[in-house]
Design a protein around this ligand. Structure first.
Ligand SMILES: [Zn+2]
Length: 62
């Protein structure tokens, strides 16, 4: 019997950069660091991210 750790199949774990893209946004509202599920951006401009509570703040970036 082998006691080598089981190797995860390739593609089972997201690359670090991919994880950051998905999970790396926190709300930009001052004092709020919740996960931001709502992104706002205009073409050729930086994105701004807000949580559900503060997503109205993002409207001014549109
Ligand atoms: Zn927020």
């Amino acid at each position: 019997m082998s006691d080598e750790p089981t190797k995860l199949a390739e593609g089972m774990t997201p690359a670090p950069r991919e994880r950051a893209r998905v999970l790396g946004h926190t709300c930009e509202h001052e004092g709020c660091d919740k996960h931001a599920g709502f992104g706002f951006n205009r073409p050729r401009q930086e994105s701004h991210w807000f949580c559900f509570e503060h997503k109205d703040d993002g409207e001014r970036y549109l």
